[in-house]
Design a protein. Structure first.
Length: 320
């Protein structure tokens, strides 16, 4: 009974009445999911897969999966990004597919700006019949929400060089409504998207040829809730990455990344809850897999003029 109550509380207050938002604690390695300009800031093609599960041990626990592909197209200074996200919590499942187009320009001798636009389509399903309702005849829970694909647009901008990156993004700019028509007409439950704005900053501090430190901060703001702030610090070596992240008033996380090669990284992080849910949670687990297609970069460099080579060489030095 306690498990059912906790899931119902989370369902109604974790914003289940809105478009779900992925809660990756190490967004530094999954930046394209929130920033449409990301593909203009990397000098290679990259594919990443992340899976996160929270409230382990409870039926209907929050689960998020993301799959992305990003490539800097080099000769034209354009970047291309493809993203797929699946979010689920309780009776709610949200799917989103997006296409990013970005462009980078030189601001100074060593500083660049990337601007990106996003087009996306998404679908929200809420299966009320899967809930253990006290009143099975409640009219507001009779009709599931199964809305056809809705379109949205997003925007992102990044200022960066080989040692830092500052980004501002809004992945969903349009207000969307997924609702049961009876509930909407009678002041009942409805589900709508939430406005989210992200401000991120990270730096690469080269301590020596084999060891880097990467501090990172992300501030997430919305008109629906108080802003959230994540801070993290990642230590990078030739074979391993390890670090710590903290989300204020929520949880702290530990991170480990294993570099199988220069192009392949697998990662794992574990959340240590620090808010009022800590007595009911068994933590959160997040697994990641990243591929960087360095060979593509070598082919690109061989076909570029000096201006574009300089642009890409600057990015290579700050390889993300």
């Amino acid at each position: 009974m306690k498990k059912i109550l906790i899931i119902l509380i989370v369902f109604f207050f974790y914003p289940a009445n809105a478009q779900l938002d992925a809660l990756s604690k190490f967004q530094l390695f999954n930046a394209s999911s929130i920033n449409p300009s990301y593909s203009s800031t990397i000098p290679f093609a990259s594919t990443s897969l992340y899976h996160r599960a929270e409230l382990m041990g409870f039926d209907g626990n929050p689960v998020t999966s993301t799959l992305s592909y990003n490539s800097f197209l080099g000769e034209s200074n354009f970047g291309l990004g493809l993203n797929f996200k699946s979010d689920g919590i309780g009776a709610t499942t949200f799917y989103d597919f997006s296409l990013d187009l970005s462009y980078s320009v030189r601001l100074t001798e060593s500083v660049f700006m990337g601007v990106g636009l996003r087009g996306s389509v998404n679908n929200l399903d809420i299966d009320y019949q899967s809930l253990n309702l006290y009143n099975q005849g409640d009219i507001f829970f009779q009709n599931n929400i199964d809305r056809a694909m809705l379109a949205n647009i997003g925007f992102g901008i990044s200022i960066f060089n080989k040692s830092f990156n500052i980004s501002l993004s809004m992945p969903y700019m349009l207000k969307q409504y997924h609702y049961d028509s009876y509930a909407r007409n009678n002041n009942g439950f409805e589900s709508s998207s939430i406005d989210l704005t992200y401000l991120t900053a990270n730096a690469t501090l080269k301590l020596n040829s084999k060891f880097n430190l990467r501090p990172y901060i992300m501030v997430k703001a919305s008109s629906y809730f108080d802003s959230q702030t994540d801070v993290s610090l990642i230590a990078e070596t030739q074979k391993l990455d390890f670090g710590f992240s903290h989300r204020f008033d929520y949880s702290s996380s530990l991170y480990l990344g294993i570099k199988l090669s220069k192009a392949v990284v697998i990662s794992y992080s574990y959340d240590l809850p620090s808010n009022s849910f800590e007595y009911y949670r068994n933590g959160a687990h997040e697994f990641g897999l990243r591929f960087n297609f360095i060979s593509k970069l070598n082919n690109v460099l061989n076909s570029k003029d000096k201006k574009n080579k300089d642009l890409e060489n600057e990015k290579i030095e700050g390889l993300q």
